[in-house]
Design a protein around this ligand. Structure first.
Ligand code: GUN
Ligand code: ZN
Length: 432
């Protein structure tokens, strides 16, 4: 790829310099630079200026639009675009009725390559430029996803799904083949371009103790590997895991016992946890990928964000498509607010936006690369209309404070607000 040109993007620049406190709608961690120019050189943020830069910069004038770091979706399933919005089931039935049949189709290379391309383009068209992704149990689904991300210059974390029991035959691996496939995939992809490998345990119920031990050995052998899995999402699932692992103190303790709880662990959901679990997550520096639209759609439960935060647990935001109903992080933020409201809490726009940008980046150990406009960071940048349609336009017009305006944008907006997306300084999406 030839070097991207020096570009300058004009708009209302918003990012974070710290972590907003719970409930603080006037946070000093917010960095808002209205009508500024974001300078990008060789794919990286070079600086911010109030005035238009001189000759030698390709100008992208988005004056009057909101400019944010690209969103980071910390938990999403690439093969599940085909089952998004499937009617009528809770988690365990949803997996067998809708999801496993769709994932089985990824044994076919042409199918998985086409699905990966569609998925990655859709992510970007929703304003998400980095993601932590579950493909399928098939090695070729990982190759297709990583190759597609590399071609687009995206930061992507993924790995072959491990499941050697309690799954249909055509989706099961075994310990020996999993070890072989993981070794090969890690050698091919981990650390290449902007890609990293995640040891990907579907959830405790679909891996044998022998396979969980294998996953733990990989994590111990190379601490630069991520670990992704599901945790305490649904009450029937939690009961089932308790039956399968009667010696474990809790669901999280199953993972802990196999060496899967560490600073690079990304646990989706984490709804049904207790104080000891939260303390263990915090001590390990692990993160919960809160998946609001999925938790509502599958009727899984209401995530206690404030309790997690009070315990010192890192919380990022995720779409969990296809359990989730939208790749739009805005729609997921709006759902996150409603979940907190049902629990008697209020989620500020700052907390939500931070969790989808700088907060997720830091939790992934990627704070220098993604999630902010700090000089040197990759120029993953999204440009948003402040409002789409009559109602949102009127609401934006009468907003009195920055938080009010951004909160209305977050609550009323979706992918239709996205005007342009840049990945490492290259334009990958342009609505016009
Ligand atoms: N638990 C195990 N697999 C899945 C999945 O694909 N989606 C969700 N939401 N939960 C899971
Ligand atoms: Zn999931």
């Amino acid at each position: 790829m030839s070097a991207p040109p020096r570009i300058a993007i004009r708009g209302d620049l918003l990012d974070f310099t710290g972590e907003p406190a719970w409930g603080d709608s006037d946070s000093i961690a917010v960095r808002f630079r209205p009508d500024h120019w974001l300078l990008v050189d060789a794919g990286r943020i070079a600086g911010v200026e109030a005035e238009s830069p001189g000759e030698g910069w390709e100008r992208h004038d988005h004056g009057g639009r909101l400019v944010l770091p690209g969103f980071i979706d910390t938990h999403v399933h690439s093969p599940q675009i085909d089952v998004i919005a499937s009617y009528g089931t809770e988690l365990l039935d949803w997996l067998t009725t809708h999801t496993f049949p769709a994932e089985a189709r990824h044994a076919d290379v042409a199918h998985t390559e086409a699905a990966a391309a569609l998925f990655l383009d859709a992510l970007v068209a929703h304003g998400t430029t980095s993601a932590v992704v579950f493909p399928t149990v098939h090695k070729q689904s990982v190759d297709a996803l990583f190759a597609g991300a590399e071609a687009r210059g995206m930061r992507l974390i993924a790995g072959k799904v491990l499941m050697d029991r309690n799954a249909p035959e055509n989706l099961r691996d075994d310990v020996a083949s999993a070890e072989r496939d993981m070794k090969e995939l890690i050698a091919r992809w981990h650390g290449r371009a902007r890609l990293a490998y995640a040891v990907t345990v579907r959830f405790a119920a679909t891996s044998s103790p022998g396979q969980l031990a294998l996953a733990g050995r990989f994590c111990a052998a190379d601490t630069s590997l991520y670990l992704q899995t599901h945790l305490a999402e649904n009450r029937a699932e939690v009961r089932w895991v308790r039956e399968l692992f009667p010696a474990a103190r809790s669901y999280l303790d199953v993972y802990h016992g196999f060496g899967l709880l560490h600073a690079k662990s990304v646990f989706a959901h984490g709804i049904w946890l207790d104080d000891a679990d939260r303390a263990a997550l915090a001590a390990a520096g692990a993160q919960i990928a809160h998946s609001p639209s999925s938790n509502l759609f599958l009727g899984s439960g209401l995530f206690g964000w404030r309790a997690a935060e009070a315990a010192g647990v890192r919380v990022s935001l995720a779409s969990d498509v296809g359990g989730g109903t939208s790749l739009s992080m805005l729609r997921n933020m709006a759902d996150a607010y409603k979940i907190q409201a049902l629990g008697g809490e209020r989620l500020t726009a700052w907390k939500a936006l931070h969790a989808a940008t700088r907060g997720a980046a830091q939790a992934l150990g990627l704070g220098a690369e993604i999630g902010s406009f700090e000089p040197g960071a990759a120029a993953d940048v999204c440009v948003w209309d402040w409002a789409h349609g009559q109602v949102a336009s009127r609401r934006a017009e009468v907003a009195r404070t920055l938080h009010e305006r951004v909160f209305a944008w977050m609550t009323l907006g979706d992918e239709r607000n996205l005007a342009a997306a840049f990945i490492a300084g290259r334009k990958h999406y342009d609505r016009t």
